[in-house]
Design a protein around this ligand. Structure first.
Ligand SMILES: NC(=O)C1=CN([C@@H]2O[C@H](COP(=O)(O)OP(=O)(O)OC[C@H]3O[C@@H](n4cnc5c(N)ncnc54)[C@H](OP(=O)(O)O)[C@@H]3O)[C@@H](O)[C@H]2O)C=CC1
Ligand SMILES: O=C(O)[C@@H]1CCC=N1
Length: 273
């Protein structure tokens, strides 16, 4: 499978790290990005071919992954439109950008799967929400699933509007987890533990608790209650969190991310011109 990435930044690098040498040889992956240093790093690490501008290799690809920022997508799509004679599958990973707008910018090209991956793809532990536009063949849908399954799990959606909530939960989600870990580490240090000890304790706790939740037949709330002895330490922490409105703040934050996805789509898609 020949795959081109347009944009070789953070998320593309995570996907390439998971794909190269697994789903396909690094040499079958082509990356287009304006930054030569970034391209050199990807070529050195994964054996991919590179270009600073769209070239003939793009037209030879069965799959083109659009991995630029949402604000860059319109211009990138217009530049790609003349290179689609080979009927490639276009896999967009951009937050917000609606399929209908992308298809229009591509000159009416409909073989598009909108996806929302996340950075744990780097270690094969990503999760990707996906939705196929009308012009996608069954074989292309399968190819999209194969690519994203090579870097983690996939969740197919019937309704494109749900990609904004997916973006808010799992696309942005690693950042919320890192934020919580940072706070745990800071608390550990303020309480006298070393930086290294705080890191080890916080990371092992996150990994262990999420594995336990994934493997347990019980609801997460039940697992939480099992940690919370009456009048004990966990109880003190959870009361403090409730008083500070932590849970509601998290819910509002995720909703803000989803709203931002929708807003990006509306702003950048404009009036359909
Ligand atoms: N980061 C994440 O966790 C996730 C990101 N996404 C989506 O992935 C996309 C990329 O995000 P992210 O990787 O974080 O962003 P980055 O800025 O790290 O990557 C985008 C890359 O595209 C390059 N670029 C700009 N213009 C062009 C062009 N015309 N042709 C080719 N490459 C170009 C940029 O170069 P320059 O910097 O010089 O502009 C940059 O290297 C976004 O649409 C985002 O919504 C989706 C899921 C998760
Ligand atoms: O922050 C963003 O907009 C992108 C989309 C999901 C994760 N990062």
């Amino acid at each position: 499978m020949k795959i081109t990435f347009i944009g070789g930044g953070n998320m593309a690098s995570a996907l390439i790290a998971g794909l190269a040498g697994q789903l396909t040889a690094g040499a079958n992956i082509h990356v287009v990005d304006p930054n030569p240093e970034q391209l050199a790093r990807l070529a050195d690490n994964f054996g991919v071919t590179t270009a600073t501008q769209v070239d003939d290799k793009v037209g030879d690809s069965g799959v083109i992954v659009l991995a630029v920022k949402p604000q860059q997508m319109r211009e990138v799509a217009a530049g790609l439109a003349p290179h689609l004679a080979g009927q490639p599958l276009l896999l967009s990973i951009a937050a917000g950008i609606r399929g209908v707008d992308l298809a229009r910018w591509l000159g009416g090209y409909g073989a598009i799967v909108r996806t929302m991956p996340n950075t744990p793809a780097l270690i094969g532990r990503g999760i990707t929400g996906m939705v196929a536009m009308g012009g996608v063949t069954a074989a292309q849908k399968q190819a999209a699933d194969d690519i994203m399954k090579a870097v983690g799990a996939t969740v197919w959606l019937d309704d494109e509007a749900l990609i904004d909530p997916v973006t808010a939960v799992s696309g942005s989600g690693p950042a919320y987890v890192f934020y919580f870990i940072e706070a745990m580490q800071q608390a550990a240090q303020e309480l006298g533990l070393t930086e290294e000890q705080g890191k080890q304790l916080a990371l092992a706790t996150f990994a262990g608790a999420s594995q336990l939740a994934a493997q347990s037949p019980d609801e997460v709330a039940v697992l939480r209650e099992r940690v919370t002895s009456k009048g004990g330490t966990t109880y003190a922490a959870l009361v403090s969190m409730e008083q500070s409105g932590v849970k509601q703040a998290i819910i509002e934050a995720v909703k803000a991310a989803s709203a931002r996805g929708r807003e990006l789509g509306e702003q950048l898609g404009g009036d359909g011109a």
